[in-house]
Design a binder for this molecule. Structure first.
Ligand SMILES: [Zn+2]
Length: 356
């Protein structure tokens, strides 16, 4: 049996019950559970079936400290076990540390589950912002208002962002700051490390299409990837779907294009923003505790099949990939366009799925 010490620790929890031998339920060890409903078991633990799987935990109470930033629970790390679940037995936490070390993709990313700083995006409905939004609406065939941008983590004005979040440090000279504020649209990266600014001026006045602006303290695990918020149910029997594009605008075009059929439940959307696919995919798997996925890539048209065959070989031993599909847009160089400019073509790299 795997992890006997950990299993034993959970059997001592209040209202402990086994749904089956690997799925445990109990009153939450992190938040203490609901005070009004003292018979509810909100904490679920999924113990691994083999050495390659992590231990997952999830508390259904929205007010539980394990539910933050839209992510509830995740991979059980020794830190969560000792600090949040207050397991005082050093041997049990060693046992878990050893188990997690045996899982290559947790080890590679050092099992770091990132916390966000929680910066606020803020978009005034002024003329400059409206004309920037018009660029996105026109390009993607959207009809968004400035008030819709928060959920997409879009920030139109740099100066408004710095002011509302009380950020004093500025990494660029004043004239560059002015140009970013005037000509760029910002997208907040997954864990608030960066704002990825896209220059939307007709002549590309900043000289490069993307400018990465560090907003967080320098951090060894920082990442530029952008994650579009979706819902993930870790304990769902269905694999989670991860959809990755190189750039954010391409990702948006893909998400809102219904023909792609990627808008399933249990999904995460991400853009590399200069990172490698392997980094993006493993960061998401660690962050959300995913071990079993369907992978969609929204490809730029110049990237050929052999690149994705290689990517599949690089990740398939660490993550169970039920299916990997690469989508190309026949009509344009990528998916960052309105629906009438998109005609998808699917390329199956690998599939274990049975279609009935
Ligand atoms: Zn809880």
């Amino acid at each position: 049996m795997l992890l006997p010490g950990l299993r034993n620790f959970f059997t001592m929890a209040p209202l402990y019950r086994e749904k089956d031998s690997n799925n445990l339920e109990m009153r939450c060890l992190i938040c203490g559970g609901s005070k009004s409903n003292t018979s509810a078991r909100q904490l679920s633990i999924k113990l691994p079936e083999d050495k390659k799987e992590p231990v997952l935990y999830n508390c259904y109470r929205a007010s539980c400290p394990s539910n933050r930033n839209g992510r509830s629970g995740g991979i059980l790390t020794p830190e969560v076990l000792t600090k949040q679940m207050r397991c005082m037995d050093a041997e049990t936490s060693m046992e878990l540390a050893k188990h997690n070390k045996g899982i290559k993709w947790i080890k590679n990313s050092k099992g770091i589950i990132r916390e966000k700083k929680g910066y606020t995006t803020f978009n005034l409905n002024n003329q400059r912002n409206k004309s920037k939004l018009e660029y996105l609406n026109k390009r993607l065939g959207w009809s968004l208002q400035t008030s819709d941008l928060k959920k997409l983590k879009i920030q139109l004005s740099l100066y408004d962002f710095l002011q509302i979040n009380n950020i004093k440090k500025v990494p660029f000279p004043p004239n560059v700051m002015d140009m970013i504020d005037r000509y760029c649209i910002g997208f907040i990266s997954a864990f608030d490390d960066y704002i990825i600014f896209r220059d939307i001026s007709p002549n590309n006045i900043l000289g490069q299409r993307y400018i990465t602006y560090r907003i967080n303290e320098k951090n060894t695990h920082e990442t530029k990837i952008y994650i579009h918020p979706g819902e993930i149910d870790l304990l769902s029997p269905e694999p989670a779907t991860i959809t990755v594009a190189e750039g954010i605008i391409s990702l948006f075009g893909g998400i809102y294009n219904n023909d792609l059929n990627i808008n399933t439940p249990n999904k995460v959307f991400a853009a590399n923003c200069g990172s490698h696919f392997t980094h993006t995919i493993s960061s998401i798997c660690v962050q959300y505790g995913l071990t079993n996925i369907v992978l969609n890539i929204l490809s730029d048209s110049e990237v050929k099949r052999r690149f994705y065959d290689k990517l599949y070989r690089q990740i398939k031993d660490d993550i169970d990939i039920q299916e990997m599909i690469v989508h190309y847009n026949r009509k344009r160089e990528d998916f960052g366009h309105r629906q009438s400019y998109i005609q998808p073509k699917r390329l199956t790299i690998s599939s274990n799925r049975l279609y009935l």
